[in-house]
Design a protein around this ligand. Sequence first.
Ligand SMILES: Nc1ncnc2c1ncn2[C@@H]1O[C@H](COP(=O)(O)OP(=O)(O)OP(=O)(O)O)[C@@H](O)[C@H]1O
Ligand SMILES: [Zn+2]
Length: 481
Amino acid sequence: MSLRIYDSARHCIVDFEPVKAGHVGIYLCGATVQGSPHIGHVRSAIAFDVLIRWLRRSGYQVTYVRNVTDIDDKILNKSAEAGWDWWAWAYRFEQEFAAAYRALGVLPPTYEPRATGQIPEQIALTQRLIDAGHAYSDGNGNVYFDVKSLKDYGSLTRQKLSDMRTTEDESQIDSQIEAGKRDPRDFALWKAAKESEPETAKWDSPWGKGRPGWHLECSAMSRRYLGEAFDIHGGGIDLRFPHHENEQAQSHGAGWPFAKYWMHNAWVTIKGEKMSKSLGNSLVVSEILKTTPAAVLRLALGTTHYRSTVEYSPETLEQAGETWNKFSSSLARFAQAAPEVAQASAQELAEVSLPEAFCEAMDDDLNIAAAQAVVHEKIKQANTAFESGKNDEGAQVAIQIRAMLEILGLDPLSAQWREADSGNDSAAAAALEKLVADQLEQRVEARKEKDWARADGIRDRLSAAGIVIEDGASGSTWHLG
Ligand SMILES: Nc1ncnc2c1ncn2[C@@H]1O[C@H](COP(=O)(O)OP(=O)(O)OP(=O)(O)O)[C@@H](O)[C@H]1O
Ligand SMILES: [Zn+2]
């Protein structure tokens, strides 16, 4: 069996056949870096991380592009309110997103272009669309895409033009932009600079100073890094319209075949409602990570099917914590019984044969529940093998378990999570330091009161726990004996 995916343009499961044999080009709409990432924001990066790991494991050479939208109305407004330069504001949150991705074990994309780094390409694309008769300037510095000029406008989301009211992002409708449109359904490719906007947010163009509309960057950047035709375009479900419809219109209008398949991930909800800053129910990743191990959060977000909603509650994390403990304690036990389990290199893990049922599940539009069931089954099998002294068989199965978990980004013995554990080690060391310091203080008090029995009792109890006390002129120090 080979990979089958749900193509959200065709609304059905299809065989995945790459544009170029052996290669896969993927474009994922990345973050608009206007604020701290909440767990809804990182879901798509995690979902597509699993896809990319699986494609690589299936032998494809993957070029993966995830952009950063570092300029838009929200960034300009929020930075102005806060008294920051817009670019400093955007960079601050770009770094927060990067830290969240790193903490959650999301592999870096092959290329991560910023919208502001591709202005000449976006100007050239706008000009190309004007030349092709798909765009027009209003004479006031704005350029619009003429939706009626493109036969397949609406085809991605199966909508008739006659049923549409607008094709702009409704949260960002701007009266100045609306004024120059020949048709209210046209959308902006280039926006004339406004008096109130900072000079650094204005670029020269054939239509005067301004900046690109939001949809344009993805058409320009996907072409630059993936070419005119590429395999998979991904993003959150809300991006299908108008963003992806408009991206496709721009690229088709330019004469480029664009994405062959479309994949969209579902929401993270809380009490059934979309997690969202504006609804005030969002949980910032860095806050959750203060109390929850990153692997547990990744498990909670990444082991629900990407097209199903993740309903978040404290129980979601609790359950994920239990599963993670099972994965990590099982592998720690297996590695203790057979050191080769922990020593297996990334290369070995990438080459070890995987259980057929796991591959079938992953090939079935990333059926992660069925794939996880195989992991649990194999944990049972390894347990039985080790218990009956068949260490070689146990080790072989345990290495398969690691390889499967690595595809889900959840191998507890991988460098990512081993390092996280060493983070736990330092937390444990800090806790020990505090407890021993407490005991030493009490011993000092006991000695001051000439309560020798109590002082000796403390020393003996510490010594029984493997802690040696050295008394010196400037007080007592301790070390592990
Ligand atoms: N709860 C969520 N679940 C999954 N993806 C989400 C969620 N919230 C946002 N996203 C993804 O992140 C992208 C950017 O989200 P956006 O900036 O609209 O965040 P938000 O928290 O909904 O903010 P706002 O309330 O200001 O609209 C969205 O287009 C969407 O693809
Ligand atoms: Zn996009």
